[in-house]
Design a protein around this ligand. Structure first.
Ligand SMILES: O=P(O)(O)OC[C@H]1O[C@H](O[C@H]2O[C@H](CO)[C@@H](O)[C@H](O)[C@H]2O)[C@H](O)[C@@H](O)[C@@H]1O
Ligand SMILES: [Mg+2]
Length: 896
């Protein structure tokens, strides 16, 4: 029915929760923690300009920014006094204890800054910016840079093809735990901000686990999560070297859309998913005409594509052509009169190619003597955060040696051909250099997107007073920008001779040739506004189109809650499917035997007298007895989807189908044999009751096609025998309808916990609640396991009516029906785990074999990054109190 009333309510803006590694501000505390200074941070300027753009009302979005505060430092330290030096030594140990009031005060100041920035950028008077739209993530533990270690020392090098021998030693394990906590802290903060319908946009490799954590946190199937990867994504040969490769991919595939700077990075990512997660991918073109993949992983879909980031061209042109910069340009020109100026600006790390640039410049001067004394290379190298690492120190030495050698070989007393500045330069100086350059030289050996290239082309597009319009750009083919700036002079930075030749050619271009080049290049520069809009529009479209196909997302299992519930429960029941749940699916059913790790975990679970563990499988008795019951008699077993049962700590099997007519087996077997002959690679598994036709080893298309046909044929007569035909994992199974895994579950839950089963007796629903399990973890991967989940859901509804006052502290009865597969898999389970590996990690967590931080789960952290209520959190609270008292005492002392 359509409504005739007009909706006059103001249209609600689409809310975006933008998650960045660090807020665009730097916080410095003075001597007292109530005295702080907030300034803009350097770096990441392109992403920050996207945040600024989204602050504008005209975009139609309401943006909320979630980000870490970055390391909070103290302002007053003067490094030159002895006293100050001593103070600096324990800077790392400075605890920076902030009270709740101080944190609130700082948050308000940060929010005011964002508002002011927005107002400064808005020409016309517009509606006020969303109140409180900056949400800092506070992580104030000692050595604040700990949160960066895993991202910067393990992920970053691997993504840039620098292989550090990663040994998973103690130190690296701690980095990983911190990395997990960093992501957890974001999930927690987003939990405070998120409203249904919000789009969550996550940026870059510090937050690779966040998408999956959010799925775990929000029981909201409509949650929309987009991820943009700003750095390069390596080929699988490099990526697979990361010991945590699987956890990383698992974390990321929680997003609806994963986007990269270019097609080669998205292709690498898809290839990693295929090889490491056994994913499949369908390739097509997206609306911007670049490759797009529908990646099916753990039975669900993720969209993967690319969209190169841009720059704020309007702002750059506005900033670069001011009177102040005119005069700066003039003075640089005067300093290098009659000389061609080549400009380079890079961070000094091993991938920006400063060494390659200097070598190429040296070769250029050697090959073209006519240019000596006619060309200067102004190279600005900004220090990285890891300035004291041995690699950076070695690099600095190498660069200094090259600069000295070029200058002594080709310079003289009045002139040095290389002017190297190892420093951060202010924006106006940077823009002056771009303007003054006759040529810009970018020789990075790997980067995601080199924004200097985009900014240079932007500046050169303007008709300046200094006749630098259209001056050329030499760009490394390994830079992400070369995928966008297709008309730049593209070079291989490792080939010094070729780069030298290109420099010579570029410097000789006449005005017309330069103008020609620039007119093409300028059009190739993406703008930040366009990039932001395209990303958000396409993720919105994706969400709406998914709505049409009825998207239902199952949240990831909240493992910390499970652990807590497990610890408190006294009557625990475990209901495990076997294939695809406790062990990965493999080609040959006979090869899917339990791993040593699984045995250890099952042994530990069985050793606890509060636990009853059942394996409820489609496998036959022989297999289950040989590989499970024979080794661990404490296990309860159910074979052939509920046809047979063997009680806990008992040897005898009971046949629940004893009285059933089995004449159907001949007929089913005949049909299956016919299909086996027609389908090379297929075979029949004949169990006591059930028959299974396997087609995993056939040509996939043929196997699938014949499976469909076989199913139809079987269905045409199985009703007469009251049989069920089931579509399993690359198999078709037939068994009597009246037995199923759900029936077994019913029998096990409605039962006095720990007492032997009378298998042939019916169940009693009259048992008092306190005799039945208070914790039920039910895991399964397949269609047949849905019967177990459905049964648990039914019992739960029944208990709600029968025992409304006997819920646990989480407001339920401790039932965990969990499917093994992706979040988007169709299921009646309440949560999901991605695969058998995650199942073992989860069970390992319960028996104390796995630390909570080995893989991400939802953990409550305090504002310092300690697990809430943990020993370290309590210690830290006490220390904080002592610190505040000490400070106020010394402050009053100083005053007196
Ligand atoms: O209920 P389950 O414990 O999950 O058993 C279901 C069926 O699993 C086995 O087949 C499946 O796993 C094989 C080994 O990984 C794989 O090769 C096959 O393609 C899968 O269908 C088993 O062979 C069947 O008897 C079970 O019914
Ligand atoms: Mg299974």
């Amino acid at each position: 029915m359509t409504s005739t009333t007009q909706d006059n309510s103001p249209k609600r803006k689409q809310r975006i929760i933008n998650c960045v590694t660090q807020l665009p501000y730097k916080i410095q505390l003075g001597d007292s923690n109530d005295d702080w200074k907030i300034s803009a941070t350097t770096g990441n300027s392109v992403l920050y300009s996207s945040l600024e753009y989204l602050q504008l009302d005209s975009t139609g979005y309401e943006q909320h920014v979630v980000g870490w505060t970055g390391e909070i430092t103290r302002t007053e330290r003067n490094l030159f006094t002895r006293e100050a030096k001593e103070k600096t030594q324990d800077l790392d140990d400075d605890p920076l204890y902030l009270t709740k009031e101080q944190i609130n005060g700082l948050t308000t100041t940060l929010q005011d800054h964002m508002k002011l920035d927005r107002e400064a950028k808005t020409d016309t008077a517009q509606a006020p910016a969303a109140a409180n739209n900056v949400h800092p993530v506070w992580l104030l533990r000692k050595n604040q840079s700990r949160w960066r270690n895993y991202a910067e020392k393990v992920i970053w090098p691997t993504f840039h093809y620098i292989l550090n021998p990663s040994n998973e030693g103690e130190q690296e394990k701690n980095w990983w735990y911190d990395y997990v906590k960093f992501n957890e802290a974001y999930a927690q903060k987003i939990g405070e901000v998120y409203k249904k319908g919000d789009i969550i946009w996550i940026h870059d490799y510090y937050l690779l686990l966040l998408p999956q954590l959010l799925r775990m946190k929000f029981n909201d199937e409509s949650i929309i999560i987009g991820y943009f990867h700003h750095a390069p994504w390596p080929s699988n040969e490099y990526f697979r070297c990361l010991p945590r490769r699987k956890q990383i991919l698992d974390g990321l595939v929680g997003a609806n859309r994963i986007c990269f700077q270019n097609e080669s990075f998205s292709r690498h990512f898809v290839s990693s998913c295929k090889r490491l997660l056994d994913a499949t991918a369908k390739k097509s073109k997206n609306s911007f005409d670049s490759d797009q993949y529908q990646v099916s992983v753990y039975g669900g879909d993720v969209l993967v594509d690319s969209l190169p980031i841009g720059v704020n061209t309007t702002q750059i042109l506005k900033d670069a052509f001011t009177k102040d910069i005119d005069s700066k340009v003039l003075s640089i020109k005067q300093a290098y009169q009659n000389k061609k100026i080549i400009v380079g600006r890079d961070r000094l790390d091993s991938v920006r190619g400063v060494v390659q640039k200097l070598r190429a410049f040296e070769t250029f001067l050697a090959m073209y003597p006519e240019w000596r004394d006619q060309v200067v290379l102004i190279q600005v190298s900004s220090p990285t955060a890891n300035r004291n690492s041995p690699q950076t120190i070695r690099l600095e030495q190498q660069v200094n040696e090259l600069v000295n050698s070029i200058n002594s070989e080709y310079g003289n007393l009045n002139f040095s051909p290389v002017q190297h500045y190892y420093m951060r330069i202010p924006k106006d100086v940077y823009l002056s250099l771009l303007r003054v350059a006759d040529l810009c030289l970018i020789t990075s050996v790997r980067d995601g997107m080199n924004t200097t290239a985009l900014e240079y082309v932007t500046v050169k597009s303007h008709m300046s007073n200094f006749l630098c319009y259209g001056n050329p750009l030499i760009l490394s083919e390994f830079s992400g920008s070369s995928y966008v700036l297709k008309d730049a002079i593209v070079v291989n930075p490792w080939d010094s001779v070729a780069v030298a030749k290109s420099i010579n050619m570029a410097l000789k271009l006449d005005k017309e040739e330069k103008t020609n080049l620039e007119s093409k290049l300028w059009k190739e520069v993406p703008t930040i506004q366009d990039w932001t809009n395209k990303f958000l529009t396409s993720i919105k479209e994706q969400a709406t189109s998914d709505d049409d196909v009825e998207r239902k997302m199952t949240p990831a299992l909240n493992r910390p809650v499970l652990l807590e519930n497990y610890k408190q429960a006294k009557r625990r029941l475990f209901l495990f499917d076997y294939d695809g749940t406790l062990t990965p699916i493999v080609k040959d059913p006979a090869a899917a035997i339990p791993s040593a790790r699984l045995y250890t975990i099952l042994q530990k679970l069985c050793a606890d007298p509060h636990n009853q563990i059942w394996i409820i499988s489609g496998r036959d008795q022989k297999f289950l007895s040989q590989w499970l019951g024979g080794k661990l008699p404490q296990l309860g077993l159910s074979a052939e989807h509920g046809c047979f049962m063997k009680d806990v700590s008992c040897e005898d099997w009971v046949n629940l189908t004893e009285k059933v007519d089995m004449s159907w087996q001949v007929r089913v077997n005949e049909v299956m044999e016919e299909f086996t002959t027609r389908t090379p690679g297929s075979f029949i598994e004949r169990k006591k009751v059930a028959l299974t036709w396997h087609y995993r080893r056939t040509v996939p298309e043929l196997g699938e096609f014949h499976a469909k046909e076989l199913k139809e044929k079987l269905l045409s007569f199985t009703d007469d025998f009251d049989l069920e035909v089931m579509d399993g994992k690359a198999n078709i199974e037939v068994r009597p309808r009246f037995v199923n895994k759900g029936e077994i579950v019913k029998r096990l839950v409605w039962h006095q916990h720990g007492k032997p089963q009378d298998m042939l007796k019916g169940i009693s629903e009259k048992l008092p609640k306190h005799q039945m399990p208070d914790f039920v973890l039910c895991l399964g991967d397949d269609f047949t396991d849905e019967d177990m989940f459905r049964q648990l859901n039914t019992i739960e509804s029944c208990w709600k009516e029968k025992y409304p006052d006997e819920k646990n502290q989480w407001g339920n009865y401790g039932f965990y029906p969990v499917t093994v597969g992706s979040a988007s898999k169709k299921t009646v389970a309440k949560a999901h785990l991605t695969d058998p590996q995650q199942v073992l990690e989860t069970l390992g967590l319960l028996v104390g074999d796995v630390s909570l931080f080995q893989s991400a789960g939802t953990v409550d952290l305090d504002s310092r990054g300690h697990v809430k209520n943990s020993e370290s959190s309590l210690k830290s609270k006490l220390a904080s109190k002592a610190y505040v008292m000490k400070r106020s005492a010394s402050y009053t002392g100083a005053k007196a």
